[in-house]
Design a protein around this ligand. Sequence first.
Ligand code: TXA
Ligand code: MG
Length: 335
Amino acid sequence: MDVGLNTQILPANDAAVASAAQCLKQGGLVAFPTETVYGLGADATNAGAIARLYEAKGRPLFNPLIATVGDIAAAITIARFDATATRLAETFWPGPLTLVLPKTDDCPVADLATAGLDTIAVRVPAHPVARAILRAFSGPVVAPSANLSGHVSPTTAAHVQSDLSGRIDLIIDGGAVMVGVESTIVGCFDTPMLLRPGGLPREEIERALGRPLARLPEEAGTETGQPLAPGMLASHYAPRTPVRLNARRIDAGEALLAFGPGTVGGVEAASAVMNLSARGDLAEAAANLFGYLRALDARGARTIAVMPVPPLGLGEAINDRLRRAAVGRESGESS
Ligand code: TXA
Ligand code: MG
C-alpha cells in the first residue's frame, strides 16, 4: 500500500457528496458517516478498489465486507430475499440492520468483497450523507467500519483520520454519528440467526418476526468450512490498554468507564473517569462507547475498568463490544 496518499477531508455538503461519488467511480476509497459508525466506501463491483480497501484497513482477506445500497430495489439485484428477509427489510430499512442473504446469480459485487462466500451482507443505511452518496454513485458500495483492522470503530471523522490518514483518498465529515455501535447482523438462514448484536436491539427484530432469533452457535460453521460469521472471532474492537469488565471497585491508576448514576469504590484514585451515560440511558451509552474507549486508551492508564452495563436492548451490543475489547488484540482477527 502506498501509505502517503494525500487524504482530503471535506465537510459534508452537496459538493462533497459529488466528489465522493466521483472518487468512488474512479476506484477511490472514501470514508463517510452512517448512522452506526463511519464506513470506508469502495465501489463494490471494482475488485481493484476492494483490494486497496482491504490493504488500507489491514483487514484479512477471509473477512467479507458489507455492501450498502440505497433501497430495497437495489438490494434485490445483489441478494435473494425470502419472506423473512423481506419483512425485516420493509420494517427496518433504512436503518442499523444488515441482512446476510444468498447472492443473486448475476450479483455484480466482486467475489473479493464476499471473501468467496455464496452469501452477501447487505444494508440500507439511514444517515442522510450516506444516502446522498449512494444516490449520487448509484451502485453498491462496500462499507466496512473505517478503522484499521483491530481498532475501535470510528464515530467521528477525527477517529477515521487518526487511523486511515495517508491510506485513503477522501473523508466526508458529517459530525458525530447517532447510534455509535455497528449494525445488527441477521443471517436469513432456515432459522433467522443473530450473527452480531448491534444498533437495532434484538427484541425489536424478534417482535417484527414474531419469534426468537437463533443464537450463533460456538464454533459456528466450522463443520462446513464456511464460517457463519467470519468477523466475529473473539478479538475485536480492542483498545491498546487492557480492559477489565464488571468492575465494582477500582485500583489506583486504573481509568474508570462508568455507567449510570452509581459509583464504585476507589474512584478517588482513578487516573481518569468517563461516564457512558450518567442517567443510565443505553442509547446515549452506545453513542459514547467507542469515543470514550479511544479517549481513555489515550490516557495511558494501566487498565480501563468498566462498570456493569445491563444486557437488555442496546446493552446486548454494548456488552458484546466490551467483551471483545477485554479479550485484547493478542488472539487473531478483527475488522
Ligand atoms: O454498522 C455497520 O455495519 C458498519 C457501517 C459502516 O456500515 N459496517 C461494519 O462493517 O461494521 P465491518 O466490516 O466492520 O463488519 C461487517 C461484519 C464483519 O464481521 C463480517 O465478517 C460480517 O459483517 N459479514 C460480511 N459478510 C458476511 C457474510 N456473507 N456472512 C456472514 N458475515 C458477514
Ligand atoms: Mg469493523
